[in-house]
Write a protein that binds this ligand. Structure first.
Ligand SMILES: Nc1nc2c(c(=O)[nH]1)N[C@H]1C(S)=C(S)[C@@H](COP(=O)(O)O)O[C@H]1N2
Ligand SMILES: [Mo]
Length: 172
């Protein structure tokens, strides 16, 4: 009997703490601008309008999940990093070889890339910050900004509803 009373108390305490801290609702749309920050000489805030004025690229990609071909348009991530003053090309050497690029979404999903794998002097990753799909703005549950990594076999580093890009370096 005492054990049951104890369990009841425990249950009440648990539901009390849940009541105190309701889980925040998951975001279902992204912010109207994203940040580029961290270890960058020139932190930026980028709006949809800014993206329209930058060098743009169109990609036709196979979405393995959706099992269809999609056409994305936007600005290469490499171009955005360049604008923020991140080392590129020959500058990606020595300590910069442990630099990483963290991409976070409004729903707190996050992924990382190494700086080197995004640099076209290493490989053509063609990672794109897209703002349109199939010629129209991204649907709200994907945009306004979606990162697309077209050469990957799984779309796990395609980030919907991007809110920030943070450059960091693993201590060495
Ligand atoms: N913002 C955000 N982007 C995300 C995810 C997520 O949970 N949130 N899941 C990733 C994973 S694991 C996959 S497989 C694909 C799935 O994309 P889809 O749901 O648009 O088909 O989105 C990726 N991008
Ligand atoms: Mo996934």
């Amino acid at each position: 009997m005492r054990r049951i009373a104890f369990l009841a108390t425990l249950l009440a305490a648990c539901s009390f703490s849940f009541a105190q801290q309701p889980a925040p609702a998951k975001a279902t749309s992204g912010p109207s601008e994203f940040k580029i920050g961290g270890a960058v000489p020139t932190p930026l805030r980028v709006t949809a309008e800014d993206l329209k004025k930058m060098p743009r690229k169109t990609l036709r990609v196979d979405n393995a999940h959706a099992k269809r071909t999609e056409v994305y348009e936007g600005v290469p991530l490499e171009v955005l990093l360049q604008k923020a003053g991140v080392p590129q090309g020959e500058q990606v050497r020595g300590p910069a070889m442990t630099s990483y690029v963290l991409v976070e979404a409004a729903d707190d999903y996050h992924v990382i890339f190494s700086l080197a794998e995004l640099d076209s002097s290493f490989q053509d990753s063609e990672v794109l910050m897209a703002d349109t799909m199939d010629g129209v703005p991204l649907p709200t549950d994907q945009g306004p900004f979606k990162l697309v990594a077209p050469h990957e076999k799984r779309p796990a580093r395609w980030v919907r509803m991007v809110k920030s890009i943070t450059v960091g370096r693993v201590a060495n």
